[in-house]
Write a protein that binds this ligand. Structure first.
Ligand SMILES: *[C@@H]1O[C@H](CO)[C@@H](O)[C@H](O)[C@H]1NC(C)=O
Ligand SMILES: *[C@@H]1O[C@H](CO)[C@@H](O)[C@H](O)[C@H]1NC(C)=O
Length: 495
């Protein structure tokens, strides 16, 4: 059984090792490397299209995908079709789905010129809308939200493509008796960020921001962690990071003082070394550094906390904590580890852009770090996934040298069946999961969970820590890939 995420950020500190010498040689190896970043960008967006649930549009580019989950919501007489499957299974999990959309929206805002230049802005907007349309269906009543479709335990007992699934589409909800601050606040963040992306579509944008305000209010007034998804996507880090993150996006979308007051006086913020679907502090801190705000209690500026994130990651600072493999990749834990790689690359490019514009540097104690160093490290992390790694192979399906052939993914590894074909769950694992052969359908653009802490990767379907993709690995990759494709290797913005 697949459990998502196994340790808190505290674990990061526990495994902090000094491998500076090895890391520097990895840096040098990656320096000057180049890939077809435009191709990687295009494909990374296509992977999100392969994860779509519901009725697919006529311009669907993934030929082996069809309509699925068409009765989602029926158990409660509501329409919950649409949204995304998170990874290699067929469940729609609220928390990671919302984080995927928040980070996609951020990419669309921060890298708009590059996405325009590469012709991908429309596709990213469509990817965001596929999520926000679904959230609007999930949150129609005050202090209530549908947060998950599909029973994960039963789903995991059947290796079936979503088009032919017959597993229970159990519905999960939060309300004032069973609140869920993380999910409510993350969804608020997604809707607020998307309201900025779609600000030219006035009515839609207003709907999004109004819903965002209500969900934030619900999460904030009913403080509780929702454990319904455990052991799948349990919130390990608590809800303080989601509240800060949501208030930040709402402040940016509305400029209302009430959010600024919460951010400056009430919210809890702390320095961590991870940016992920569970832990959003560094994302909020980078945004708030740009807004020149001060953390709760007025003790630290958010810039200091954003700096601390950079210092914890970079191997060449006195405060580095994060384990970096001998080949130069950030490795926090096995299973969807690539999210830390793409997430760090994303934040580093965004933060470097602001530092550059503001004439600022990162301070790690007395050691100044220039924005160029953040860009170089971001490029190296992305290049690692694209092929500049000790195994000399690509970790993106359908891209580059020796790409993965056996993603741990139901739809990609099972044959296209006629609608209505009844699949025997007992046989499905023997027929489609176990065989040691390439998937019949190419899961184009999927970035794999990735290699382990020794840079080792197993291209087998059952090695799910290595070969399972996730929507948020890709949503976080889109920004840095757009920057690499649209700006050139030095990643300096012309805007
Ligand atoms: C940031 O805020 C501080 C006071 O809180 C002020 O002194 C400083 O000039 C501001 N910096 C910018 C760039 O606005
Ligand atoms: C994983 O699958 C391969 C064949 O693809 C097989 O040789 C190996 O034993 C399997 N490993 C486990 C842990 O089941």
């Amino acid at each position: 059984m697949k459990k998502k995420h196994i340790a808190t950020s505290g674990g990061v500190r526990a495994v902090a090792l000094v491998l500076a010498a090895l890391v520097l040689s990895g840096d040098v190896a990656a320096h000057g490397t180049s890939f077809n970043y435009k191709d990687a960008l295009t494909k990374s967006i296509m992977f999100l299209e392969a994860q779509r649930s519901g009725k697919l549009p006529h311009n669907n580019r993934i030929k082996w995908r069809g309509d699925s989950g068409m009765e989602d919501g029926k158990l409660a007489h509501v329409d919950l079709t649409g949204g995304y499957y998170d990874a290699g299974d067929n469940v729609k999990y609220g928390l990671p789905l919302a984080f995927t959309v928040t980070t996609l929206a951020w990419a669309a805002l921060a890298f708009k010129p590059e996405l325009q230049k590469t012709g991908e802005l429309k596709n990213v907007h469509a990817a965001i809308k596929w999520g926000t349309d679904y959230f609007l269906k999930c949150a129609t009543k005050k202090n209530h939200m549908w947060v998950q479709v599909g029973d994960p335990n039963l789903d995991h007992q059947c290796w079936v493509r979503p088009e032919n699934m017959n597993t229970p589409r159990t519905l999960y909800q939060i309300d004032d008796k069973t609140p869920g601050t993380e999910i409510a606040a993350e969804t608020a963040a997604a809707l607020a960020a998307a309201s900025l992306v779609f600000r030219n579509e006035k009515a839609y944008s207003r709907r999004l921001v109004n819903k965002a305000k209500l969900l934030y209010q619900f999460g904030k007034s009913h403080l509780k962690t929702y454990d319904g998804e455990c052991p799948f996507y349990c919130s390990y880090s608590g809800y303080n990071d989601e509240l800060l993150w949501a208030a930040t996006w709402l402040y940016m979308a509305t400029k209302r003082q009430v959010y600024a007051d919460f951010i400056s006086h009430e919210a809890i913020s702390s320095s961590v070394a991870e940016f992920s679907w569970d832990l959003k502090y560094p994302g909020a801190q980078v945004l708030l550094a740009e807004l020149n705000m001060t953390a709760s209690g007025g003790l630290q500026s958010f810039k200091t906390q954003a700096d601390n994130f950079v210092c914890a990651v970079l191997p060449d600072t006195p405060f580095h904590q994060v384990f970096i493999t001998p080949g130069g990749m950030i490795h926090l834990r096995d299973g969807a580890n690539s999210q830390y790689v793409t997430g760090t690359a994303f934040l580093f490019v965004v933060y470097a852009d602001w530092l550059h514009r503001a004439g600022e540097k990162v301070m790690c104690g007395d050691t100044p770090i220039k924005p160029e160093r953040l860009r170089e490290f971001a490029k190296q992390q992305m290049d690692y996934l694209l092929g500049a790694n000790p195994m000399g192979r690509s970790y993106v399906v359908g891209f580059g040298v020796n790409p993965p052939t056996q993603p741990h993914h139901r739809g990609a590894s099972t044959p296209v069946l006629k609608p209505g074909t009844v699949v025997n769950c007992g046989m499905s694992f023997g027929d489609w999961f176990a065989p040691d052969r390439p998937n019949p359908n190419e899961l184009t653009g999927a970035i794999m969970g990735g290699p382990d802490g020794a840079d080792k990767f197993i291209d087998k379907r059952n090695a799910s820590a290595c070969t399972e993709p996730c929507t948020y690995i890709n949503s976080l990759a889109i920004g840095p890939l757009a920057a690499l494709a649209g700006r050139g290797p030095k990643l300096v913005a012309s805007h």
